[in-house]
Design a protein around this ligand. Structure first.
Ligand code: SAJ
Length: 406
């Protein structure tokens, strides 16, 4: 039996996928409400195909509980936040889960850490816990790092089809865990050592962060001299070795806006490009806010209450608001004592910010200027309804004449 610890955005789909493919799985989470919801037969977040996968896993006998189970294989998928000041990974949730596993695990157990950690975290924070418990790594306990690579919005497809990395001290243990993931994963699964697996995961997200920052910086340069960033990127990308990403209102989510900071925190004198890139991305919500004020001035909109932000989530067609550019923008606006922006997101049904609407019609009726912060399908399908408003499109998805861009 596999005990998956942490029924969040990664742990839940992973546990469901294994169960649906014939593995005996128990999903554990300390959040009683979350476990109660799962046990009542409901999923805890919106994701394409998740409900169907959930039904298949329940039919195959997956169990959900707040307890840790005694077994020979654990997969730990709990949050790894970063300390905003030191920029270093906070491995305390992972460490706590490992401590609890060690209390009940039989000799020879394997602990797979899926949570993203900075290179060296497992050696620094996890291995010592095993020694402190009087156990021997590689004998009483086997450590494995199997970072995930799935993208919110297409998680189920990517769980099945992405290549994966498994880092293990012992190649035989690595191969055994590879077989476990191969129960559902058709991608290539590379077995390597733990430090390499830790580093590759963080580097992948850093690569994307740096490339998004490049696009964002170009957008700022183009704005300065009134050049068309989208046409420039389109033409540049016709070159066989150029592939520039898209600028946007900022970078959110719990991965790309967080993981690269681990490298800055651990290698401050070396990770210069990464540091600057993260600052460039983090500055985008402020850039958008300034642009809102600029456009308001040009269009003689005097009251910020007549301006609305479309989208609260960190990207399109998900209900995840972690580190969302819209939330960052609203915080920045509050700091400048200039509240009042209206907000609407079809994926967010509870009240999370001031001046929030729950109907697109009411939202649009209350504003003269709309800022497209997230390119949900809903707004793309309803673009014509924005006609007549001042439109500031931070994603270049609107082709109504007179639209403003970054
Ligand atoms: N964004 C841009 N411009 C772009 C692409 C994205 O501004 O051209 C923004 C998005 O709007 C969003 C943020 O970047 O705010 C991140 O979105 P994303 O779709 O690029 O990535 P995530 O954070 O949803 O998922 C990433 C993925 N990593 C990579 O693509 C290297 C995913 O594969 C990882 O599994 C995930 O992080 C994770 O959990 O680490």
């Amino acid at each position: 039996m596999v005990n998956v610890i942490g029924m969040g955005y990664i742990g839940l789909p992973t546990a469901l996928m294994m169960a649906a493919h014939g593995v005996e799985v128990t999903g554990t989470d300390y959040d009683q409400e979350r476990i109660a919801t799962l046990n009542k037969g409901h999923v805890t977040f919106k994701e394409k195909g998740l409900k169907e996968l959930f039904s298949a896993a329940v039919s195959s006998g997956i169990k959900f509980t707040t307890e840790y189970k005694t077994t020979d294989t654990y997969i730990i998928s709990v949050p790894t936040p970063y300390d905003k000041f030191s920029k270093k990974v906070d491995a305390e949730y992972v460490a706590d889960a490992v401590r609890r596993v060690l209390k009940i695990a039989p000799a020879g157990t394997t602990i797979v850490i899926e949570s993203t950690v900075s290179p060296g975290t497992i050696d620094k924070f996890i291995r010592p816990l095993i020694e402190e418990a009087g156990l021997v790594c590689g004998f009483d306990v086997h450590l494995v790092h199997a970072p995930e690579r799935i993208i919110p919005g297409n998680m189920i497809y990517e769980l099945k089809n992405n290549n994966r990395t498994i880092g293990a001290d012992d190649v035989a243990v690595g191969r055994r865990i590879k077989e476990l993931y191969a129960s559902f994963c058709h991608g290539e699964i590379v077995v390597t050592d733990i430090r390499t697996a830790e580093m590759t995961k963080v580097v992948e997200n850093t690569y994307r962060a740096v490339n998004i920052a490049f696009a964002n910086e170009l957008a700022k340069i183009c704005r300065h001299d009134n050049m068309d960033i989208y046409e420039i990127i389109r033409i540049c990308n016709m070159h066989p070795r150029v592939s520039i990403l898209q600028p946007g209102p900022g970078v959110g989510g719990h991965c790309i806006s967080v993981d690269p900071w681990f490298l800055v925190g651990d290698y401050p004198s070396l990770a210069k490009v990464i540091d600057e890139s993260m600052k460039t991305n983090d500055n985008m919500p402020d850039f958008v806010l300034n642009r809102i004020y600029e456009i308001m001035k040009e269009k003689e909109i005097r009251d910020i209450k007549r301006v609305g932000l479309y989208g609260l989530t960190y990207k399109e067609n998900v209900d995840d608001m972690r580190e969302s550019p819209t939330l960052q923008l609203l915080e920045s606006q509050e700091r400048h004592l200039a509240e009042g922006l209206k907000v609407y997101d079809p994926f967010i049904t509870e009240n999370v910010v001031k001046n929030q609407f729950h109907s697109l019609d009411e939202f649009l009726d209350s504003i003269d200027m709309v800022v497209i912060m997230v390119k949900h399908n809903e707004i793309i399908e309803n673009m014509e309804r924005l006609r007549g408003k001042v439109i500031f499109d931070t994603h270049n998805v609107c082709d109504i004449e007179g639209v403003y861009h970054l």
